[in-house]
Design a protein around this ligand. Sequence first.
Ligand code: SF4
Length: 469
Amino acid sequence: MESIHVKTVDPIGQDLLRGAAAKGLDLGWERYERLQPQDGFLRTGLSCAYGCLQGPCRIDPFGRGATQGICGLDRDGMVAASLLRLCLHGALEGLTEANNQEPAWPAELGPAAKKAEKVLGGDVSAADTFAAAKQLSRPGASPDDLLRQALRLSLLTVGLTGEGALRAAGRLSCRVGYGVVSGAGPVIGLCGRPTSDLVAALRDSTGASEPQGQIVALGEWIVADGELLPIACTSGEVEAVLSAGWLDAVALGPDADPAIARLCRSIGLPVFGEAEAAAARMTKSANGPNASQCAEGQVLCSAEEARAGLASNGSAGLAILAGSDAPQISLGWLPTELAPALRAKGLSVAACGDAALWVAKAGLASLDSDRPVSLLDPLRGPLDALAAAGPERVKGICFTGVKTSRDLAFALGLAVLGARVSVATPLPLWGSAGVRDLLNEKIAALGGAFAHWDHPASPDEVLAWFGES
Ligand code: SF4
């Protein structure tokens, strides 16, 4: 617990972690620490990504052990194939949510998308996933071909973002912070990307309870009946909030981590899914935190709103903070340090995802504050901002953490469209300097840049990167 400041920058969040430790609860931090060191081969891209059962083959990152797989695959081929496999997963996630629709990019970025398609070998489509799967069945393609296919899939992933996560037009008000959990009626926490049917059933149940209950989102951005549900915490804080005993029940969507249901059961917190939501009994038993621990902001939900909301206003350019919480970096450290520092350099700042929740929690998105940070759709936000402001005015898009393959493919895809993009957490590319150089060359040829570090980046390092533009 003496290292608690490296887990989260939020003092109340630190208290929640101390409280959980006092109750003997195992949260994500304890599991993360117990898993260290995580697999160095996978982390560097040197664990073979091909669909081959002769392995597992792994190449020694330091050159003291194996330098090739059984088939002769070398480190360049292995790292390039690892990136392609991640981008394939990312594109498949995008295709699943887009119901196999054809990719489309904002009109302003149409020329950049066309140029990328031409340079990378022609129009991209869902068929690129089959081509990638074939390449990943057996080694044979060169690192150059593997990277080209990875970039095609990244462009495809961006083109499949559709209406974004909020699927809303205009601006939505948002309330963010632990204080949204307070209230006289029962409070139900929602997590795991719940379906609209689950949300509707819960609204019926809480509306019928006496006193009337309320639903709060836990690390999720959920629109119901044209309004954004209040958000109690970022994705990395969910278990700490559950352990606080503030909630009366938890409803789980299909993507909830297994640890959530386990933790709820261990502390006697009722937990249910979509099938049980309509019949869930809503009673008030928990005491919430102080209602003042909450902040407000407005989300620019669509490309049109981003265009109107991100007008230059005389600023030196636009900096975008995106991405999810990551266990490697103290929660909230990057967004809450970077946003004011970037503003101090004369830049406008926009944010989405967990990064947006952190700046909102810190009051930096309040319309009463000086030059508030603009909040964007958690999925499409950086794309809308890039289209609205143009690659020249966007000084950089920093993903403070990436969680899914889709996040990574999306970040790479923005670079393919000509943006300067960075990822603050290490990516599995450090096993091959040749592949990193080749990737940089390919993205530079498209007018973009893609930076990342071999360690969790500090705010100073990211700030210096923004300053390089
Ligand atoms: S493709 Fe080659 S390196 Fe990969 S597991 Fe099979 S034999 Fe090993």
